[in-house]
Design a protein around this ligand. Structure first.
Ligand SMILES: Nc1nc2c(c(=O)[nH]1)N[C@H]1C(S)=C(S)[C@@H](COP(=O)(O)O)O[C@H]1N2
Ligand SMILES: [Mo]
Length: 397
């Protein structure tokens, strides 16, 4: 069968030598790595936030979540130029002729729907979300999580279908241009031009992708990696900017708790499965032994910042309430409890960690209202969403 000789099927429709099968194969490998890293770190973040019964997330090392989530977001951002370059490089194959050359070819093509669709969805909504722009009504965590499984399913099938061709492409001396009409099932089958004469543009293309990816990474990763914060001009957050030198996620105003938080009659309740209920006003909380801990806040959005917190140990309050052997605790804020992140859970090991605090002070000063005044939870190795601000009740479960 001869291909129709029009549009993308013209023999000279795609002439750029930058689109070599080798370039496309290498981009595929690098993307395979960044996507797998994103998937695993994302899965971990999901397990931590929605733990099934078999999953325990330890309180130590204190900064582990900061690292895994920083990597998650950085790998996602790096994937954006890589994916765009990959799509550009392989686009002519959309017009391969005949459209389906074999079963493997069919599987490979069908796997592109979840792979490309899922990836674009993940990167576009992820990027919008870390810039705190949510022009949609679905729940971002659920949609991001579902799309991750769809994309990774597509990736596994695609990888399986392409492994042979990828091996061939990266081991070949010549870099065959990706061509639509002639690029049939075998990527090396039918090229008529060698690219020695064009190798500069292919190298230039690769260098441009590597450069763009590195620049973008340096321009954003400082939101969690302090030494680069000055260079990170594109980062959604500067980890040093905000009240008391720390970013704020939700403000007191947005949470609708200003009046309740400022109320001089504010009391903290320790209740639930306790032997003694505690009702503590601010003066009483301050009169208890204070513990100081230097801990990061590590937002799921990928920014993080370290600060010195001081306040009352959760385990000390639990002991005062008659809990000797550790317990699971729900920490509730003044916010309407149907709002996202208005409460969080401490498992027994987190509740028992000496650095899990109900903090009253940040860097030696009372918490700013936006950082959770009068009292907030701060604990080691927890995602930011679980560092509940404006704590009102601790319920022992
Ligand atoms: N009650 C309450 N606590 C909350 C939130 C919230 O929306 N409500 N947001 C959380 C999120 S997503 C993060 S990243 C941290 C940020 O703490 P900060 O605003 O003091 O930096 O607070 C957490 N605590
Ligand atoms: Mo967050």
């Amino acid at each position: 069968m001869e291909p129709p000789r029009v549009g993308p099927y013209r023999p000279d429709a795609f002439r750029s030598s930058a689109r070599s099968t080798r370039t496309a194969a290498w981009l595929g490998i690098v993307l395979g790595v960044t996507f797998t890293v994103c998937f695993l770190t994302g899965l971990l973040s999901h397990l931590i936030q929605y733990p099934p019964s078999w999953f325990d997330w330890p309180a130590r090392p204190a900064g582990l979540y900061r690292v895994t989530q920083g990597i998650h977001v950085a790998a996602g951002i790096a994937s954006i130029p890589l994916l765009l370059a990959k799509l550009w490089a392989v686009y002519p194959r959309l017009w391969s002729y005949p459209p389906v050359a074999s079963t493997v070819h069919l599987i490979e093509r069908v796997s592109l729907v979840p792979l490309v669709g899922g990836s674009l969805f993940l990167l576009v909504t992820g990027l919008a979300s870390i810039n705190r722009w949510a022009p949609w009504s679905f729940s971002f965590p659920s949609a991001h999580y579902a799309a991750a499984w769809i994309a990774i399913g597509g990736l596994v099938v695609h990888f399986g279908a392409k492994i042979g061709a990828t091996r061939l492409a990266i081991s070949s001396e010549r870099a065959d241009p990706v061509r639509g009409p002639r690029d049939l099932a075998s990527p090396l089958s039918s090229s008529t031009t060698t690219t020695t004469t064009h190798s500069l543009s292919r190298r230039g293309f690769l260098a441009a992708i590597a450069g763009a990816t590195s620049l973008l990474t340096v321009a954003t990763v400082g939101q969690t990696f302090g030494p680069l914060s000055k260079l990170s001009v594109l980062a959604p957050r500067d980890p040093t900017v905000g009240p008391q030198g720390l970013p704020v996620n939700k403000t007191a105003r947005a949470a609708g708790i200003i009046e309740a938080a400022m109320d001089p009659a504010f009391t903290l309740l320790v209740t639930g499965a306790v032997s003694r209920e505690l009702i503590l006003d601010l003066a009483t909380l301050r009169a208890l032994p204070q513990r100081r801990a230097t801990l990061p806040i590590a937002c799921v959005d990928g920014w993080s910042a370290t600060a010195a917190w001081s306040g009352v140990q959760v385990r000390q309050l639990l002991m005062a309430a008659g809990i000797e052997n550790g317990a699971e605790v729900r920490v509730e804020s003044l916010q309407d409890q149907s709002r996202p992140y208005s409460s969080s859970l401490l498992d027994a090991s987190q509740a028992g960690d000496p650095d899990t605090l109900l903090a009253l002070d940040l860097d030696g000063r009372p918490l700013h209202l936006d950082h959770g005044f009068p009292v907030r939870l701060i604990g080691p190795n927890r995602p930011g969403v679980q560092q509940t601000k404006w704590v009102r009740r601790m319920v022992v479960l």
